[in-house]
Every structure is written in C-alpha cells, then in structure tokens.
Design a protein. Structure first.
Length: 457
C-alpha cells in the first residue's frame, strides 16, 4: 500500500523516467500489487514504465485476462520485446489461451527463431507435455570430459531454462541419461561423462497428458524432466515452475467442479457476470431436477407420513446425514484419484473400507439420534407418543442405512465415471448429495414400515 501511494502522484504525469526509477526500487510483489489495483489507463502506464526484466517477470504470473489486456494496449515496441523475451513455455501457455486471430497477429511479432519454436510447440496436442516444454536445455555427449561440460555450460547455458540438470545424448540426439550438475562439481575435470552416468533417469513423452507430468513431479524430487519423442530423441524439458502453475490451475478446476459448477476459465474477480451465471446455472438446474425426485419419493410415502406425522420431523436429519457422508466420501476419493493413490483396480479395496466406514459412522449417528429422542422424551421437551421407543429405533437404523449408502455411492461413483472416461469431478458433492437425498427417503420409510408396521403404520 505504501508503494502504491508513493507512485500514485506520478501517474498521469509527464515525467516517465521518475516513475521508472521508483519502480526499479520496488520488490517484485509490490509491483504486482500496484498492477492489480490500478485502473486500466494507469495499468498500461505502469507496465510500460517497467524495466524489461521486471516487465517479463511480472507478465509471466499475471492473470490471463490482464496479460491479454496489456498485449492489446501497450506500445508495439514493448509487445515485440515481451513476446521475444518470454521463455518458450510461458509464451506457449499464454498463446494457447488467446483467440486464433490474436495468436496469428502476435506470432508475426516474433523473430524467425522464436516463431519456429512457438509454432512447433503450438503444433502439439492441446494439454499435452509438448505444449508445456521448453527447448532450451543443456545437452552433452558421454565422450566429453567434465571440463568440456563446464566450457559448454559457460558458452551456452545463459539461454537454458535451468542448469541444475545436464542431459546426455548420443550422436542421434537420443536421451541416454540425466545428471545433476553437483555430480560434475565433485569429480576431476578430466573425468569422462560416461564415468559419472548411472543410467537412471525419468522422461516424459511429448504426447503425454499434462496431468502425467504433474503426477511424476509429485512422486519424484526433480527440478526438471526431459521430454522425448517416440524414438527417444530429446526435444525439450519441463520445469517445476510450469508444473506448479499447471497443478494449481488443475486443482482449482477440480475444486470448482466438486462445488457443483463448471470450472471457470478466468479468475472469479475478472470473469464477466454473464459467464459466471452460465457456468453455474447448468449444474443448478440439473441438481434442482434431481431434487424434484425427492418430492416424488415423499409423495409415494404420503400415506405413511399422514399416519405417523412424527416421521416427517426427521426427514431433514436423515437426508442431510446421507448427503454429508456421500459428499465426504466423494471428495476423498476424487482427491486420492487425482494424486494417483487409487485407480479402478482398487475399487473393491475402496468398497470394503467404505462399507466398514459407513457402518461405523452410521452407528455413531444412529446412536446419537436414538439418544436425542430418548432425552427429549424423558425430559418432556417433546412427546413422541406411546411408541417413542420404536420411533427412536427407526431413526437409529435408518441413519445406519442412509449413511452406509451415502459412503458407498460417494466413493464408487467417481471410480465408475473414471472407468467410463468421464471426469470424476463431475460426481461432485452436490450431485452425490442429490442422489442420496432421494434414495435416503426410500431407505428411511422402508425401515419405518418394517419397524412401525402394526403400531403407527
């Protein structure tokens, strides 16, 4: 805030150099804070006043909507500098979300070399590792000495995305190993690369899904991973910073879907009101239609409700308990699947655990429900009638059945959808809750009919 107040008097003025000097003294996060809070005109002014290095660094992490706004409105010279200076993977990530006509215009601003690289990266399938990789890396030959490796790094390493990992390729460019640079530091300069190699390395196929890269980075402590084609030829690398941004984006989409809406394509604060409604309305209509089945189920048991009105008091308790248990199970399983902890082949293992969990949790809630009726009846807080004990037993066993069904439904539905090729997050908590609401009523009144038949029913 203090930095924003410091530059505010300079905005709209003629002394652009003073604004630049002030921005040079600020930290990276302070500049992002200022850009976030400026109006559109001042945002352009601040960004154009940034030194090139800071402008590139800030652009990489700005929201997509802000990036596109700046590209459309800042000076053409700044656009050319920015597009040609951005790392290849960051530039590709930006361009792939732009409209086609914008992409065509921007690609013409690139140098011949950068245009070739960008078109190559954009040519890979959407959401593939090829779109995520950068072709700037350090590759050496196994016949080289460590001294030659360091000479090569000094001559060519300034454009590399990272020098933490050095890649070894054969004469055909096929990847044969990756070596952390620290392994070269502690050996003699005359040592051959082949003597340092251990032939233990991980790689990604250029056609692999981006989610595969996230999975491997999570499972292994790596700064970067090499990307190869079907013949094993090294094409580029994927670095941890790009994977972290991608993982955050994927996790955000999963959470939004679990909440019962389509994933937003841009930040909540910048998405238009119309698009926000469009993303949420579809799911709400589907869930509303599903909940209408609850009314149908209640109509089917109208006779039982009219004979034992006391049963209606516990309908919200029963269906909410089933919905909550289903939502819990669904969220846990979706997250476990996203982390690669379980797959379809683990369905029976999951089923066994959820049956035991459902019985245990249902018994706990059933006991609490039984106690509630017992205490209220004995303390005269409410009179459940002469058959109060049977009502309490009905509520207890109904809760066991509904919670058990909720946990089984919530855990199995994501696994089934994944097997069918659908998005597991589509079995969001509200969807599971709606399913369990309807079936929970059937379970409740079925238990009530068995226990209360001949008394209240």
């Amino acid at each position: 805030m203090a930095h924003f107040n410091k530059i505010q008097p300079l905005l709209g003025g003629e002394n652009k150099q003073e604004l630049t000097e002030q921005l040079k003294t600020m930290k990276y996060n302070d500049i992002l804070y200022i850009l976030e809070r400026c109006n559109d005109d001042h945002k352009i002014e601040v960004y154009e006043a940034l030194p090139d290095v800071l402008a590139i660094k800030c652009f990489k992490v700005l929201p997509k909507s802000t990036q596109l706004f700046l590209i459309k409105n800042i000076h053409h010279k700044k656009v050319v500098m920015l597009l040609n200076s951005l790392p290849d993977d960051d530039r590709t990530a930006f361009l792939k979300d732009c409209p086609s006509r914008v992409v065509n215009t921007l690609i013409r601003q690139l140098s011949d070399e950068e245009r070739t690289i960008t078109l190559s990266l954009l040519g890979y399938p959407e959401h593939s590792v090829g779109r995520l990789m950068t072709p700037h890396y350090i590759a050496v030959k196994k016949e080289w000495t460590v001294a030659q490796v360091f000479d090569h790094i000094r001559n060519h390493g300034q454009n590399s995305e990272t020098v933490n990992v050095i890649y070894v390729v054969d004469k055909n460019g096929v990847l044969i190993d990756d070596i952390r640079i620290r392994e070269f530091i502690f050996v003699s300069p005359e040592t051959l690369v082949s003597d340092v190699m251990d032939h233990r390395y991980l790689q990604l196929l250029v056609t692999d899904k981006e989610t595969e890269a996230i999975k491997i980075f999570r499972q292994h402590n790596r700064f970067a991973l090499p990307v190869v084609d079907a013949n094993g030829v090294l094409l580029g690398i994927v670095t941890i910073d790009d994977v972290l941004r991608l993982a955050e984006k994927e996790d955000t989409k999963e959470f939004q879907k679990i909440g019962g809406s389509e994933a937003l394509d841009e930040p909540y604060t910048t998405i238009s009101f119309f698009n926000l409604i469009k993303k949420r309305a579809g799911w709400l209509v589907i869930l509303f239609l599903g909940e209408m089945l609850t009314a149908t189920a209640m109509g089917f048991f109208e006779g039982e409700i009219s004979k034992a009105v006391v049963l209606a008091l516990f309908i919200p308790l029963i269906i909410s308990s089933g919905g909550n248990s289903g939502s819990q199970a669904s969220s846990l399983i979706i997250r476990a699947m996203a982390l690669g902890e379980i797959t379809f082949k683990d369905w029976w293992r999951v089923m066994r655990r959820e049956i035991l969990s459902g019985l245990t949790l249902g018994s706990i809630l059933g006991f609490v429900g039984f106690l509630r009726i017992l205490i209220w009846q004995q303390t005269h807080l409410y009179n459940y009638g002469i058959h109060w004990f049977l009502v309490a037993i009905t509520i207890g066993f109904s809760l066991i059945g509904v919670v058990l069904w909720g946990t089984i439904s919530g855990s199995m539905l994501p696994i089934a959808l994944k097997k069918l090729g659908a998005d597991p997050a589509a079995s969001s908590a509200p969807f599971v809750a709606t399913l369990v609401d309807v079936t929970g009523l059937v379970i409740y009144f079925s238990v009530a009919y068995i226990i209360l038949r001949g008394t209240l029913l």
